[in-house]
Design a protein around this ligand. Structure first.
Ligand code: HEC
Length: 142
């Protein structure tokens, strides 16, 4: 192969490798093995603050009951960061990203709580790398 052809081939290969995951946010995150949503990853006070933010910013379009079930369940196996990332970039639909980072994380705590995931001693962190280390699990998953 000429130098130019080799370079073209290598660039094509890189393209394939990086294009491979179709929806990386929902894919199993290899770094996210340390903890799951069943390990008490938020506090009850945090979930209560989250409920209040949700009432203010979200119930205009999403009923309280909407937060229970499939909307969270569809993230099974993904990290909290993926959920946080989609939420902060797209919601509230009328004004995406308008809440503080802290408020979004509190809302996630609320959504974990209404889906039966237990509270714990430590509040859910707003740090991206911390959120990446927690994966969605359900109590009825083996
Ligand atoms: C102006 C209307 C509106 C507001 C306000 C709003 N949403 Fe949404 N949201 C939508 C629509 C429309 C969809 C897409 C259809 C659906 O899933 O119900 C959606 C989808 C979502 C999803 C699903 C994303 C996915 O791909 O799994 C989440 C999570 C979400 N909203 C969270 C929130 C939160 C949290 C708030 C408050 C901070 C909020 N939304 C406020 C209209 C809104």
């Amino acid at each position: 192969m000429s130098g130019r052809a080799t370079r073209g081939f290598l660039l094509a290969l890189v393209g394939v490798v990086f294009a491979a995951p179709i929806d990386p946010l929902r894919a199993q995150d290899p770094e996210a093995e340390a903890r799951s949503t069943l390990d008490g990853v938020y506090t009850a006070e945090q979930a209560e603050r989250g409920r209040q933010s949700y009432m203010k910013a979200c119930t205009e379009c999403h009923a309280l009951a909407w937060a229970v079930g499939d909307v969270v369940r569809s993230w099974e196996g993904a990290s909290l960061y993926g959920f946080f990332d989609v939420m902060t970039r797209t919601m509230p639909e009328s004004n995406p990203g308008s809440l503080r980072r802290r408020e979004y994380v509190d809302i996630i705590a609320y959504m974990l709580q209404v889906n039966g995931m237990p509270p714990g001693e430590q509040a859910l962190s707003t740090g991206s790398s911390r959120l990446r280390q927690i994966i969605f699990r359900w109590s009825d998953t083996p």
